[in-house]
Write a protein that binds this ligand. Sequence first.
Ligand code: UD1
Ligand code: CA
Length: 450
Amino acid sequence: MVAVAILAAGRGSRMKSELPKVLHTLSGRSLLDRVLDSCSFVHPSRCLVVVGFAAEQVKQALNAREGTEFVEQRQQLGTGHALQQLLSPLEGYTGDLLVLNGDVPLLRPETLQKLLQTHQTYKNAATFLTAQLEHPKGYGRVFCDQNNFVQKIIEDRDCTPAQKENPRINAGVYCFNWDKLAPVLPKLSAENEQQEYYLTDVFPLLNRVMAVDVEDNSEIMGINDRKQLAAANDTLQARVKEAGMEAGATLINPDSITIEETVKLQPDVVIEPQTHLRGNTVIASGSRIGPGSLIENSRIGENVTVQYSVISDSVVKGGSQIGPYAHIRGKVELGEACSIGNFVELKNSQMGAHSNAKHLSYLGDTTTGEQVNIACGTITANYDGVSKHRTQISDRTKTGCNSVLVAPVTLGEDVTVAAGSVITKDVSDDTLAIARSRQVVKKGWRLKRH
Ligand code: UD1
Ligand code: CA
């Protein structure tokens, strides 16, 4: 049986922020969310989050996560003091306790699995993750014998210059046998440079304690300031892009691209420079996205091209061409082989297959049939100042340049709208609608003025 505790009560003063450190985000998700996800595979019997600084805010941020228990640490007197707060909620618990710092967001589940396995195989009182770092500054240094049994951990600021030379650091990820840990927790003292109760001081009181080196040092990076947050973001991006390329996507100039790990790229997708893919987005085979595009929570079908455009919360079916400079948002559904061009905005609209809106249009709350042509400058007037209204345009209809469709309004099939028309009434099938004043021609008018 494994319970999980996340230490998330600190302010994170080195972030210089009003927001508690653990709620800072990395590629769209908070540090705390990431830590919780990294250990969800163990299906913990209990999941406790120690909160303190801005406790309400942290609790609210985790609102949607079922089964999370919050343990309040009213004063943040150190990581050892944070663990002491678990004594009462875990009274009577017997089993292993996985303890993670809330600011170590890049752990892979496989690494935690290995930690748990080692802990259980060796029947240790405690086992924790370590790394050998070229620049160990800031981390607690771990002193072990040749069998990886731990003698002590000394915090960076409490180290002598000689001790600072030790490259082996504490990652802040621990597995304890709760039966062994609980009796020693009350014995901690705060005699150190920070006058804090250090979690790491329990180790000399436990028998046996083992250190497990991680294979990939980037996993255990702790976030204490904005520079580390940026570095962690780079690490995460490198991982996601590597996975995308392994799945068969081509990334051109990957450094200029950002992709959240929730995005799915199918084989033979090409992502061009300066493109950003976020949220629950899927790009199907053969599509070419970018340069210069942002796609969020959208499904892009096969063989679609998107250039210099923004697409959010929408579906684009196969063979469509988007952009340059299109904006598609708010639950748009585009059928097969549509063409949406320069400075066209679509909002909450559906468009049938083989339909086009190639230049300078706004279509809001509009349902369009198949093979419709929206001419340059067609605008739906969908808002009367109080409510939004829908426009319906049926198959094969063609709007005229610079026409305004005042919703609610319906254009039937095979309708042609004359250029410059303001359409306020429904138009039936197979009709030409002209809604503008006739041109008046006054011959010699300039001369007659005098
Ligand atoms: C800690 C370890 C250090 C390790 C490093 C790894 C201790 C004493 N030191 O140092 O050996 O190398 O992590 O990243 O544990 N927290 C609380 N309550 C508190 C204080 C902290 O919940 O009273 C939480 C923080 O919110 C944070 C985590 O504990 O999520 C770690 O605290 P932090 O102050 O960042 O510890 P480090 O100095 O980084
Ligand atoms: Ca830290």
